[in-house]
Ligand binder design. Structure first.
Ligand code: AMP
Ligand code: MG
Length: 400
């Protein structure tokens, strides 16, 4: 057996970032910046008002209440070509540019306009800069907005739009093929014949890929025949950036997965010192990364989280490869007798208002018992041979 760290490093060393593509900002949500995003413009682009009110010279408000001459109105999107002189005020709407000469805004609620007299009563004294948003106070030209590796969320896209980005250079969204292998698998809803089971791994793996923001490609079921397995792996490798197969990586007698992969790919067959998800294979078919995940439903999901997902994140250009480990307190005892493996137990839990997790076992911990995985909020990492008592702290990987 090899350690989880060694296995993961082996995989990470053999995958590379996907090519860079230029996409419209409208299509960039969830994609990852391929290069640092620099600002070419300042934000705000000009001095403007944060309030509806009257633009004035702050010095003119000393001794308020007092009356100023009202010389015009400026709305957002308009320009005001006259100067606001001493003793004068300009009616102004939120977002409108500050008139020349004015250096403060009195909010409308603290004024009384006399339209007939073309004057306004100012009720309060205001300092220079009052309610003024200064040009460039949020972003300066040349600022580093976000570094390469940033996964673009709503806020990032808003900032990029605010400085005039129409398109952005990102790493291509990975296309990830998913194939199930095994003669026992049924996926069309018909009654099961003796020995058959329903294919659940493809549903979970396709969904895990989609949840991560990648394109999931359904490659179907390959039965335990050499030709069928080879055809679907070859097709997957040709049409996708990576392929996830489940089943056939342990030591079964009818597993052609190993035979085929050793023929068409450059594979390493691993036994990782973890439970579940001990058997795992990784290699390249041509240039395409191939992940051989174990067949047991819980194992295939855990194997995806621990092994495939960090590698796919690297391919997607992400800076943070995860999985992120946080500390939790366990209500249950989570210990196990020494077997040389780190155990990943399915746990449910909640965070208190300070973000601290409390977790408990999510149900049956067999690697075929998918219901506990479905209920689980996290995987608890229990070191080999540790006797964790109720109330002890444990590292967890949060799943959602
Ligand atoms: P294998 O690794 O192919 O020997 O499979 C290990 C166990 O996982 C067996 O009990 C299989 O029936 C089961 N299994 C394999 N593939 C799937 C799948 N796609 N969905 C559900 N169970 C599966
Ligand atoms: Mg099988």
């Amino acid at each position: 057996m090899i350690s989880l760290d060694e296995a993961r490093q082996y995989v990470l060393d053999r995958v590379v970032r996907l090519p860079v593509v230029t996409v419209p900002l409208a299509d960039a949500a969830g994609l990852v910046l391929a290069a640092d995003a620099m600002a070419a413009e300042q934000v705000p682009p000009f001095d403007n008002t944060a309030m509806d009110g009257f633009a004035v010279r702050a010095a003119d408000t000393v001794g308020a209440p007092l009356v100023l001459e009202m010389i015009g109105t400026v709305a957002a999107g308009a320009a005001f070509d006259r100067e606001c002189g001493a003793g004068q005020a300009v009616r102004i709407m939120t977002g409108a540019p500050m008139p020349l000469g004015a250096d403060a805004v009195v909010m409308v609620e603290r004024t009384a306009l006399d339209e007939a007299a073309e004057s306004v009563e100012i009720e309060i004294e205001v300092p220079v800069g009052n309610h003024v948003r200064t040009a460039g106070e949020d972003v300066q030209p040349g600022d580093l907005l976000f570094p390469a590796g940033t996964q673009l969320t709503a806020g990032h896209l808003g900032v990029l739009a605010s400085v005039g980005f129409q398109v952005v250079n990102v790493v291509r969204r990975p296309r990830v093929g998913v194939v199930s292998t095994g003669d026992e698998l049924v996926d069309d809803g018909r009654a099961l014949e003796p020995g058959e089971i329903r294919d659940s791994n493809r549903r979970t793996l396709l969904a895990l890929v989609a949840e991560a923001g990648w394109d999931a490609v359904d490659l179907g079921i390959a039965v335990d025949e050499k030709a069928d397995i080879e055809a679907s792996f070859v097709e997957g490798a040709a049409s996708c950036d990576a392929v996830l197969s489940s089943g056939g990586v342990s030591m079964g007698a009818f597993d052609y997965v190993k035979v085929v992969l050793d023929e068409i790919g450059d594979m390493r067959w691993m036994q990782i010192a973890i439970k579940p998800a001990k058997p795992f294979a990784f290699g390249l078919i041509g240039e395409t990364p191939m992940f051989g995940l174990p067949g047991n439903p819980v194992s295939s999901m855990v194997s995806f989280e621990l092994m495939a997902k960090p590698a796919l994140r690297k391919m997607a250009g992400e800076a943070d490869l995860g999985p992120r480990v946080v500390r939790a307190t366990s209500v249950d005892s989570l210990g196990h007798s020494a077997d040389g493996k780190t155990h990943f137990l399915r746990v449910e839990g909640e965070q208190d208002s300070y973000g601290r997790w409390t977790v408990r076992r999510a149900g049956g911990q067999g690697s075929h018992q998918l219901t506990a995985m479905a209920r689980a909020d996290a995987l608890a990492m229990v070191p080999d041979g540790s006797a964790m008592a109720p109330g002890d702290e444990v590292d967890i990987i949060v799943l959602r």
